[in-house]
Write a protein that binds this ligand. Sequence first.
Ligand code: B4P
Length: 194
Amino acid sequence: MLNIVIFGPPGSGKGTQSLKIAEKYNLIHISTGDIFREELANNTTLGQQARGYMDAGNLVPDELVIAMLESKVDKSLALEPAGFIFDGFPRTIMQAEALEKMLQRKNSFIKGVLALEVEDAELIKRIMGRGKDSGRADDVDEKIIKNRIKVYKSETAPVAGFYEMYGKLKIIRGKGSVEDIFKQLCESIDEYQQ
Ligand code: B4P
């Protein structure tokens, strides 16, 4: 299976690029942020548990994320996919380790991690722009957006080092046109498949 992680700070374009990658390579797109937002919209217990963390721009606790992700992967495996693109997961070292173990149990592994690099000022600009019509509580308040970036740097950025240790990390500049960035991402994915 072609399993890829798309990695980067909030607003770096993970969601935008994942949709395009999923379509081109016929992968199942798993966005933990989208799943939580759906749970929230449906007012499920999981959604209620995640709400406070998300609205404040903090991470949802690992136990909740990992259990939810595994159940989503299990359901999707029934469709015999070509692979997965994980978007917004893993966001902590603990999640990265859990993902490795979970895929090992399914005789699979992560082929590569594509990290989008974008400077803070551009991230804030993009997220504030999206906030005008996204309806997301975490997209409108600059203080909350800055907290998301701070949480990314302290809790999520170390995950890049985890994958670098295994030679799986590829850094791609996330500023430029969506199509140019997509082209670079595809070049990396095509290398995994050679
Ligand atoms: P996410 O849903 O993952 O939100 P994100 O990081 O803001 O999204 P992304 O980087 O995908 O941005 P996008 O492409 O949309 O997480 C939200 C919250 O959920 C987290 O804060 C956390 O609380 C919780 N959560 C999720 N996963 C978790 C986990 N694993 N563990 C714990 N908690 C978790 O792009 C943003 C904007 O930029 C868009 O408007 C887009 O149009 C624009 N854009 C994209 N590419 C562009 C480009 N090249 N140029 C200009 N603009 C561009």
